[in-house]
Design a protein around this ligand. Structure first.
Ligand SMILES: C[S@@+](CC[C@H](N)C(=O)[O-])C[C@H]1O[C@@H](n2cnc3c(N)ncnc32)[C@H](O)[C@@H]1O
Length: 240
């Protein structure tokens, strides 16, 4: 049965969990290269533009680094609440010194630090699904309010299937691509099982999240990419 306590914060602020997460990053990232690149390409900037973007729940900056590489004049403000992830990020971002800064933010609480001038774009990747629904909705409003007019927000995240038949189709393809996943699932320790259940507890379908974006005031809301349970969706703050 699903443990009722949300251990998200404890997980991301644990030396052991973050060390494990970082050690297995390489294998996860191989399957994400396309989405990471597309997230950068969707930002409507020329290669030579100078702009600042916000990466929400930035972790070690995996998404931000692709944008920093794609747009040499860009600067990143990376928001996260995990000292361990930010420390790992500073190592991973060593060659980007002067082009990024971390700000501490607890997205579940909605208390924002001073960002300086409004960012021209915002992204999040693999983070919003850690938040309860009322915070997903509020976060989208908070982002819209902080962007410059015309600024885009794009979110790369997993979603769940509303229709069980759809979920079954996703799982069938995932099993074809990773035939050992079922055996790994079956041999989880109780601790690994609890970790997994916590990980998926706030993952919800796509449609309500598109509704949250509309309600937050975004326009041009679309699902810009989707593969099975992973999506890039977003929109822009109206120009006026
Ligand atoms: C799966 S990692 C993703 C990191 C990065 N965005 C990426 O794409 O690799 C999730 C990140 O969200 C952060 N996070 C989760 N809940 C958060 C919260 N309530 N406030 C701030 N950061 C949070 C974690 O600390 C972690 O760095």
């Amino acid at each position: 049965m699903l443990d009722s306590r949300d251990s998200n914060e404890a997980v991301w602020k644990s030396d052991e969990s973050v060390a494990r997460w970082v050690a297995t990053t390489g294998e996860r990232e191989r399957g994400r290269a396309f989405a990471r690149r597309l997230l950068a390409e969707l930002l409507p900037f020329a290669e030579s533009d100078e702009f600042t973007f916000l990466d929400i729940g930035a972790g070690t900056g995996a998404a931000a680094r692709v944008i920093l590489d794609s747009y040499p004049g860009s600067t990143a403000v990376l928001g996260d609440y995990s000292p361990q992830m930010m420390a790992e990020g500073r190592r991973a971002l060593a060659s980007y010194e002067g082009r990024y800064r971390y700000v501490e933010i607890d997205l579940a609480a909605g208390r924002w630090p001073d960002l300086g001038s409004p960012p021209q774009a915002a992204i999040s990747s693999l983070c919003v699904h850690h938040l309860p629904d009322h915070r997903k909705a509020a976060l989208f409003s908070e982002i819209c309010d902080r962007l410059v007019p015309g600024g885009w927000y794009l979110n790369y995240d997993p979603v769940s299937a509303e229709d069980p038949v759809v979920g079954e189709a996703w799982r069938r393809v995932q099993a074809l691509r990773d035939p050992e996943a079922a055996a790994r699932r079956a041999s989880r320790t109780p601790e690994e099982q609890a970790h997994w259940e916590n990980h998926v507890r706030h993952i919800i379908p796509l449609d309500p999240q598109l509704g949250f974006l509309h309600a937050a005031g975004f326009e041009a809301v679309d699902v810009y990419w989707k593969e099975l349970d992973h999506v890039i969706f977003g929109g822009r703050r109206p120009v006026a």
